[in-house]
Ligand binder design. Structure first.
Ligand SMILES: [Zn+2]
Length: 297
């Protein structure tokens, strides 16, 4: 690897990002401009500009320049602070593997990438963000890209016995740039903690798996992954509607009556004890009190 070439590529990307701040700004970029700047072109989700970046990595895969997010399939995965980007799964396996390697290379070499989404304010234009491939998870096939001009110092998953506070102060808008650890990272970390499977049934399709907070966001629940669970969309909805509760000590599922039970809710487990990990006890106790209040049991 040629460190000078790597530094030059990083410098080039910051210069391109600077250029995108002029004119209509990064929220309304003409796709033709992205092509001219060699940031994104073609049809694929990942653009690695092999001609320019191939020699930067030892594996010949290059370094991904841009990740295209159309919002057509995985709309929920884009947030203000970052994006969870799925590994490509096309029929061209070799090309997919090369694109995945090129994206990992951006993380390994510390080179920022551009995330190209559709503009909200200007139809036909693109909303571009500069971000850093901060983590990936081969088991779920996902990258976490965190937006910002500096890489996030990679905080690993907290140990189960690390200090835990059920609530945390939400950053104000002004402080958002300082506290970029948010929504995208929470989903990524929760999925990695428990694996890609609903806690209540056998659903394992990532596209329909959510990561609800045990202590909800509206109650300032923390983004610590120990405050999350993986649930399919149906069971997430049922959790939000207080149709079942989780007894914090035994982890057994409880129902408020009214014909609601495991069978009617398509819940296939009697407790969460079979999960390899469980949420932090403090979060479960908080939720239990909340559930009993709302489910009126
Ligand atoms: Zn489920």
């Amino acid at each position: 690897m040629d460190q000078r070439a790597i530094d030059d590529e990083r410098t080039l990307r910051f210069a391109l990002w600077g250029a995108l701040q002029t004119g209509d700004g990064p929220d309304a970029v003409d796709p033709a401009v992205l092509q001219q700047m060699q940031i994104y072109k073609g049809q694929r989700g990942m653009f690695a500009d092999k001609v320019r970046t191939m020699d930067l990595s030892d594996d010949g895969s290059g370094v991904v320049v841009a990740l295209r997010h159309t919002g057509l399939v995985y709309d929920d995965d884009l947030s203000d602070d970052g994006i969870i980007y799925r590994y490509p799964a096309t029929s061209a396996r070799g090309r997919d593997a090369s694109d995945i390697a090129a994206t990992k290379n951006a993380a390994v070499l510390g080179i920022p990438v551009f995330v190209v989404a559709n503009s909200v304010s200007a139809p036909g234009r693109r909303r571009v963000r500069l971000g850093w491939v901060s983590e990936w998870d081969d088991s779920t096939g996902q990258f976490l890209v965190v937006f910002g001009e500096e890489p996030l110092s990679a905080p690993s998953l907290p140990d189960d016995d690390a200090p835990f506070a059920v609530t945390e102060a939400r950053p104000t808008k002004q402080r958002l740039s300082e506290q970029r650890i948010g929504q995208a990272k929470f989903r990524f970390d929760v999925m990695r903690r428990y694996g890609p499977s609903c806690a209540l049934c056998d659903m394992r399709i990532v596209d329909v798996l959510d990561t609800p907070h045990v202590v909800p966001v509206k109650s300032r629940g923390t983004n610590d992954p120990r405050n999350g669970l993986v649930m399919c969309a149906t069971h997430h909805r049922a959790f939000d509607a207080h149709l079942f509760g989780i007894e914090p000590e035994s982890l057994e599922l409880c129902y408020p009556g009214r014909g609601l039970d495991a069978l009617s809710l398509h819940i296939t487990v009697g407790s969460l004890a079979g999960l390899g990990k469980s949420p932090h006890p403090d979060a479960l106790i908080w939720r239990w009190d909340y559930w009993r209040k709302y489910a009126r049991v």
